[in-house]
Every structure is written in structure tokens, then in C-alpha cells.
Design a protein around this ligand. Sequence first.
Ligand SMILES: [Zn+2]
Ligand SMILES: [Zn+2]
Length: 189
Amino acid sequence: MPDISILWSEEFLGVAYRYFDLRMNVIPLFQNRKHASDVWNETVHWWSDHDIKMRFIESGDQYWFILASESRRPDHNLSFFKVLPKSNNYLRFKKGHMGEAYLCFASYTKKDEKDVKNDAVCNCSHTKEEHDGRCLADGCNCDKFASFELKLLKKKKTVTNIKFLDEKEVKDDSVSWNCLYINKYKNSA
Ligand SMILES: [Zn+2]
Ligand SMILES: [Zn+2]
């Protein structure tokens, strides 16, 4: 039986993957800066880098993102998970991470056409200038300009315990098994 005292949280929006500072960065996204920094200070701050576990459990077109660690403040510890679609950025991270990543948090803000400069890039990859509401670029079927802004917190942790697993293999990895048992199998049994 998995340890059911572990508290799992999915109170974040998603995960971004970015390459900078010579390493891949894995960036859980929060609605605002205060929430991001509160969660970091309450939880992640108390983790030791070498103990942080990052897991990616693939299941069809989706994957479970799992982030957990022992804590120097075990009574207040929290573990994180989110079920997400396999995006191109995720697949790029999977291919390119080389066993190491920076973990940092960020706030995620949606930006409308009126909020940004002319050279701002839409999620369809064309600039604001190429839009008049819908995108005017040849062959693009984007019907509304939309972009977003990430603001990264300064604090980082280095994660080296990274595993990609298929859902079939989940029983062999205790943190992954715990997460899926508590958040998926227990309720559907
Ligand atoms: Zn567009
Ligand atoms: Zn476009």
C-alpha cells in the first residue's frame, strides 16, 4: 500500500519548458506572482536539490507531471502533479534534458492584441502586425491574436532525479505509484 499521508496538489496552471542558462528549465506556472512565490517559500524552499524527484508518466496523448521531495519541514510538505497534453515543448525537453534541469516557478499572464507592441508574437507564431483580429499570414488559420507572458521567480533548484515512464511501469517507481494510486486508481477502484 502506498503511503497515503502524502499530500498531492494540482493547484497550478501547467508547465513550461525553456532552454536558458545552459540548461533546460522546467517551469510550473501559476496565476500570479504572489501565489508562485508563496508556494515556493512554503514548500520547495525546504527541499534539498539532490532529493527532488521529477517524473513524467506517459499515458496515450497525455502525461502526468510529478514533482516531489522529502522536506526539511515534513509537516508542511506538499507534492505536485498535473495531467497535461504531450506538447512539442514537452517532447523537446524529453529529448534534450541530458539528465538535468533547473526547476523554477513563474506567473503566466494572457495578453490580448491591445496589450502588446507590434512585434509581439502570437501563439500562431506570427507577429501582431500580421494580425487584424485574425491572422493575415498566408495559410495560417489563427482567428484571434493571443499571446502570453511568463515572469520567472529568481529562485532555482537543480534537479537530477528525472525519469520518463510509461503508465504500465508506474508500480516500479514509488513516488509515481503513490501519485497515480492516490489521484487515479484509488477513486476508480
Ligand atoms: Zn495568431
Ligand atoms: Zn498566424
